[in-house]
Design a protein around this ligand. Structure first.
Ligand SMILES: *[C@@H]1O[C@H](CO)[C@@H](O)[C@H](O)[C@H]1NC(C)=O
Length: 287
């Protein structure tokens, strides 16, 4: 009894001797495991006790846009209700198709759309219902062609739980797949329907992709070079050439966190250096 009480007291004093002031102390940026330095961060922990949707509200916009249909594709309607609290994390859902000609899908876009280079990590479970595309990607739709680096999972594929699709758009040339801009990779032994971290690092001239911290692919073609937002979505338009589907049951991706460490077009090198000096040149935060 006496010993365990003493231990509790010691543990408490040790904890208070190491104050956790991470937000204050990262004024000199973040250094990742490749040695790259990033000035800014957005860390969204959807498992937080404040609730996934309140975390979404801080840094993300829930989408409500609708796209039209075509010969091969159903219309898609993004509905806010399909972005929801799920299993103590964030659920992104394509609803079971109701035959109406329109699928109900889910998407969140980062409020920041000025992100230019960084490292982007999502810990998530891929849906196990066939017929959706689950995506985590950078996006700027104002360029022609669009600027986009994609991590995508296609749940209609037999090996969808270990096959991941990486693309720097456009992923085709003259209607043919461009295997310099699109890689699809099977990660032997992986099960993406269990929680894992999917990551892309965006540098000038290269996009590198990781699963649970291990490098899976590098693409050097069509690397975006413009301020962008980061998006996550689950969608289906019935197109047999990509999402397939639509799903006959709800298809839900569960996202525990998205962490982004990046530079932006809004904070210059000079501003960053002054901010770091003003904070006393504290050490960079290791991520
Ligand atoms: C990001 O910002 C850091 C700190 O200013 C700088 O050292 C680094 O070169 C920048 N990275 C890119 C890819 O621009």
């Amino acid at each position: 009894m006496f010993l365990s009480l003493a231990f509790v007291t010691l543990a408490a004093s040790l904890a208070s001797a190491v104050p956790c002031k991470r937000q204050d102390s990262c004024a000199c940026g973040y250094v990742d495991d490749t040695g790259a330095v990033w000035r800014e961060a957005v860390e969204s922990d959807f498992t937080s006790s404040s609730g996934a949707l309140s975390v979404v509200q801080q840094s993300w916009d829930v989408q409500t846009w609708t796209s039209g249909s075509s010969d091969v594709a159903l219309a898609r309607q993004n509905v806010a209700e399909n972005v929801f609290e799920y299993q103590d994390a964030l659920g992104l859902k394509t609803s079971a198709y109701d035959g109406s000609g329109t699928t109900k899908v889910a998407e969140i876009d980062s409020k920041r759309s000025d992100i230019l280079f960084g490292t982007f990590r999502m810990r998530a479970q891929v849906p196990s219902t066939p017929g959706v595309c689950f995506g985590f990607f950078s996006y700027n739709g104002n360029t022609t062609p669009v600027s986009e680096t994609d991590i995508e999972f296609l749940t209609a594929m037999p090996d969808y739980y270990q096959r991941v699709h990486y693309t720097n758009q456009p992923g085709n040339v003259n209607g043919e797949t461009d295997f310099d801009a699109y890689h699809n990779v099977v990660v032997d032994g992986a099960d993406f329907t269990t929680f894992g971290e999917h990551r892309f690092d965006w540098h000038p001239g290269s996009s590198t992709f990781y699963y649970n911290g291990a490098l899976t692919s590098t693409i050097t073609k069509n690397v975006p070079a413009i301020g962008s937002a980061i998006l996550a979505n689950v969608w289906s338009n019935g197109d047999p050439g990509w999402s397939a589907g639509p799903p006959t049951a709800d298809a839900i991706a569960t996202v525990q966190y998205i962490k982004m460490y990046f530079n932006s077009t809004s904070v210059s090198e000079d501003q960053f250096v002054s901010q770091c000096q003003a904070a006393g040149n504290v050490a960079q935060c290791k991520i």
